[in-house]
Design a protein around this ligand. Sequence first.
Ligand code: 0CJ
Ligand code: F3S
Length: 306
Amino acid sequence: MLIAAPRGFCAGVDRAIEIVERSLERYGAPVYVRHEIVHNRFVVDSLRAKGAVFVDELDEVPEGVPVVFSAHGVPKSVPAEAERRQMIYVDATCPLVSKVHRQAERQIAAGRHILFIGHRGHPEVIGTFGQVDEGQMTLVETVEDVARLSFPNDAPLAFLTQTTLSVDETAQIIAALLARFPQVTAPKAEDICYATSNRQAAVKAIAPDAQLVLVIGAPNSSNSLRLVEVAERGGTPARLIQRGDEIQQSWLDGVTTLGLSAGASAPEELVREVIARLGEWRVVEERAVTTTVENMVFKLPRQLAD
Ligand code: 0CJ
Ligand code: F3S
């Protein structure tokens, strides 16, 4: 078994989970969380067992109870409403998502329309669109979408991206944008985050030597889905699984080398669970393949830091 490294929790997920845990200690249960704190059922269920209550919208939060915003970020209207209702709130938006939010504001202030590369309906996309006024940002999901844009060729434009996209697919979309709008302003540094690109590079390193790649992650986890695609694009079949018990023995037919990775929201515990499950059928020899060593840590919000 080739086990990709880096895999699993990123600095933003570590921080978001710690924010919920510290909020529970500081304010006592229940602490409400708007949206899944990160896209992982195991994480959400563990926090729920400690007293977190997950809701979709702020109007579901009772008076006087603290609320945490998820790692994916929220539209500006959300903290604004929390202020208006004088709620106690803690923002667990990943600092790398907040950075994109600030860039969006800056581009609008500079008079540019934003082309945002991302996946429709994803909470991060909804949050980033909610940093600017209606009509100031246009979603681009594919290379074909670029051809469909109706801006004049010299329009003042900037592009930004979701943090959890496919590195390769995004490069193609950006190339198409630059070909059509050579004046388009690019972000100072890549918006795809370090964790997303490192996990994709690690899967690329293991997939060619494996006959099957398993990725631990949820179906609504963008960065996890991208890991499955990376393996498949390299020609190795891949499957997204949430837990060890989903693996079927028949998947291992003809498989002598198996690749394993985990999305940024999947705990290492689940990696061990998957390996234990495979160990029920086969003698497993583990080999870690490390393409980068990560040492990123994000500070907690000031209200929870001490
Ligand atoms: O959007 C993010 C800040 C990533 C959070 C961690 O991963 P996950 O699976 O909760 O979220 P994505 O669907 O965005 O990958
Ligand atoms: Fe942040 Fe990237 Fe993780 S944006 S939450 S470091 S996947």
